[in-house]
Ligand binder design. Structure first.
Ligand code: ATP
Ligand code: LTN
Length: 333
């Protein structure tokens, strides 16, 4: 473990994980598990920056952890824990808040998008990226595998770390975000002009495919996926072809085939066939994940034990950095 680079990433238990989360983030967490010293977190403190029904949230936190294990996160190789179980995350956030100018946070595009949709915006929503910086910096993280939408937050994390280091002396490693080459931004199946997202999926039935969706549900969404009035099945960055491009990108990310192979395969076929084949590839991918998930959820006690053991280890790994940050700012420790 000692010489491996440290990876940290997180996912919010705000709804049902979708294939965008899988392709943009989780699939790589699993695939690269042997290469790094991995720490993965179900970020429940982030989730409540927008109101969540407490009765539902508790279930979603366990579901999130269960799905990550079912996707292949191996507790022998990676720490998987719940953010609120490790108080150091909230403690370091406070210290970092005090070196983060408000203007940096007001400029974040995710804040602007999400706050525009809220009647009343919490301080937590504005502060969201500082909590994310604390998550990452507590573990002296080298790499942060995320989808493209998180790039700006990782840049902010580096800025906050740099500012702290220059005010108080070297304390935090500057992390790098790693974005996948294929599928960094999977778009909504109903509307390929917006990013596929859990929050939209909870309101719009045909927006996303969830990792726990049945084959019939997958097909019901794919069947209605937005395409265009043409008939060419090709990768394209033209706005008018965004729907077809998105379907091909999902196919490419899940099959690992090249763009040329895929375009040759679909040459002369109709959009109906494209949708059917993308649905089939998704169904095949989800089948083993769902089988493992159903087995894991039979024993919630065992799942909670994995999470609590990992939280203890995470807490002891976070402690030296938190201690150092407290010393640096002048606290009596
Ligand atoms: P919410 O709608 O609640 O903000 P979300 O669907 O955006 O949720 P997050 O929990 O914020 O999901 O993201 C978890 C991980 O999945 C992050 O690394 C994020 O970059 C990635 N991700 C989210 N949506 C997509 C997408 N459409 N395409 C690729 N990666 C994505
Ligand atoms: N903001 C992230 C979730 C997240 C995260 C992190 C990702 C919280 N803390 C630390 C990477 C590293 C999102 O996906 N919306």
């Amino acid at each position: 473990m000692g010489s491996k680079k440290i990876v940290f990433s997180g996912i919010q238990p705000t709804g049902d994980f979708h294939i965008g989360n899988y392709i943009g983030a989780v699939k790589r967490w699993v695939a690269e598990q042997d290469l790094y010293d991995n720490i993965f977190c179900v970020v429940d403190l982030h989730a409540i920056t927008i109101y969540q029904d407490p009765k539902i949230l508790r279930g979603k936190i366990r579901q999130a952890a269960g799905v990550l294990l079912a996707c292949g996160i191996d507790p022998q190789k990676s720490l998987l824990f719940v953010q609120s179980h490790v108080p150091a995350h909230a403690e370091l956030t406070w210290i970092l808040n005090c070196v983060t100018p408000m203007g940096w946070l007001e400029r974040m595009t995710q804040y602007k998008d999400k706050s525009a949709k809220q009647e009343s915006v919490s301080t937590g929503l504005l502060d969201y990226p500082v909590l994310m910086a604390a998550d990452i910096l507590l573990y002296q993280t080298h790499y942060v595998p995320v989808g493209e939408d998180q790039k700006q937050h990782i840049e902010l994390t580096r800025d906050v770390a740099q500012r702290f280091n220059s005010l108080y002396g070297e304390t935090f490693t500057l992390p790098e975000g790693t974005i996948p080459k294929i599928g960094a931004r999977i778009m909504g199946l109903d509307d390929p002009s917006v990013k596929m997202s859990k929050s939209i999926a909870s309101d719009q039935k045909h927006h996303a495919v969830g990792l726990l969706d049945s084959p019939d549900q997958v097909w019901a969404v794919l069947k209605r996926a937005t395409t265009d009035s043409g008939k060419e099945i090709v990768f394209s960055d033209e706005t008018g072809k965004a729907g077809v491009n998105n379907l091909l990108t999902i196919y490419q990310a899940l099959t690992g085939q090249s763009q040329t192979e895929i375009e040759n395969h679909f040459q002369g076929k109709l959009y109906g066939a494209l949708k059917r084949e993308v649905a089939d590839v998704i169904i095949e991918t989800l089948k083993p994940i769902q089988e493992r998930y159903n087995a894991l959820m039979q024993d919630k006690g065992a799942l909670d034990a994995i999470l609590h053991r990992a939280a203890e280890q995470a807490a002891s790994r976070a402690a030296p950095t938190l201690q150092k940050a407290k010393e640096k700012v002048g606290f009596v420790v």
